[in-house]
Design a protein. Structure first.
Length: 316
């Protein structure tokens, strides 16, 4: 992956979730807690998700081929979309099933190991907090003045937004599990444990649905973000190019953008001058944005009374 920050956030989350999954499962074996089992599966699903994100980043590095002439950058979007499906099917649905099963046949948490779930959940909150802190740090390095909500919705790179939502969901899920386990210990009623598991399931399904929507928009193909779009449009006019007639951009991957523009040139220019003007515009575009760019510029003459086309805003 070209983004070292994204890789760092993924590795931190993977290390945390692997350790947490083991400790949660041990706690489940010792106590039979439904919330602990739901959280164990949640952590296993998250670990698999981080593995998929790393695999997607690796596959995206493959060189372009005759069949995939624009490269494999969108592999990162594909694997991020798979992550949202895994989070829904393996994490959320299992937690809801376990809640239904436990509510039908509730059992209190008894025996000398009753304190283990509380200790494990406390440790897990600390470890997930470290992973979430790393993800926030990496997001702060690239989100600029955007709010976290804007950053997650508008980012063209999937990894850090996915990790942010996963870690946030994990922390909230741990609090819900802690509530369910604590109430079960206090009241001796195992239905509280089932309620905690159900709440975790609903939480995961909501996060998965949101991620699936955002990743599907990336898969369909999104334009450069408005800041880069304006920078490209401003960079094109120059010696030999009067104005931009219309401009289209498309992300081929998080770090690469396709730029297609029709530009107005001088009526009296010959082919040599037009070619030189286009070469100059390509240089200016690459200097204006921190992305790799595949650029195609078509020279034209503006027809009287025809204004420049403005690309539509992103669908919500």
């Amino acid at each position: 992956m070209s983004s070292s920050g994204g890789t760092k956030a993924i590795v931190a989350a993977l290390a945390a979730n692997l350790g947490i999954a083991v400790t949660k499962f041990i706690a489940y074996l010792l106590t039979g807690s439904s919330s602990m089992l739901a959280e164990s599966v949640h952590s296993v699903a998250d670990s698999g998700n981080q593995g998929l994100l790393l695999l997607g980043g690796r596959r995206a590095q493959r060189a372009a081929s005759p069949t995939h002439q624009f490269g494999y950058g969108r592999a990162r979007y594909i694997y991020a979309f798979i992550v949202s499906i895994v989070l829904f099917s393996l994490g959320g649905c299992f937690a809801l099933y376990e809640a239904w099963h436990k509510f039908s046949d509730p059992h209190p948490i008894e025996g000398r190991w009753w304190w283990v779930p509380l200790a494990v959940l406390g440790l897990a909150i600390v470890m997930e907090g470290f992973s979430f802190r790393t993800a926030i740090h990496e997001a702060n390095a690239v989100r600029g003045t955007k709010s976290f909500r804007q950053y997650v919705k508008e980012s063209r790179a999937p990894e850090i937004p996915v990790i942010l939502l996963e870690d946030l969901g994990a922390l909230v899920g741990l609090v819900l599990a802690l509530f369910g386990v604590s109430m079960t210990l206090i009241t001796g009623d195992g239905r509280w444990d089932a309620i905690g598991s159900a709440a975790i399931g609903v939480l995961l399904v909501v996060i998965a649905a949101f991620l699936a929507k955002e990743m599907s928009l990336m898969l369909l193909g999104e334009s450069a973000d408005p800041q880069h779009q304006h920078a490209i449009e401003a960079a094109i006019p120059g010696e030999g190019i009067i104005s931009v007639i219309h401009l289209r951009t498309l992300h081929l991957g998080p770090d690469e953008v396709l730029v297609a523009a029709k530009v107005e040139v001088e009526r009296a220019d010959d082919a040599t001058h037009v070619a030189r003007a286009i070469d100059g515009a390509e240089v200016r575009i690459r200097e204006a944005i921190p992305l790799r760019a595949q650029i195609y510029i078509e020279p034209d003459l503006r027809r009287p009374g025809v204004a420049a086309e403005v690309p539509a805003a992103r669908d919500e």
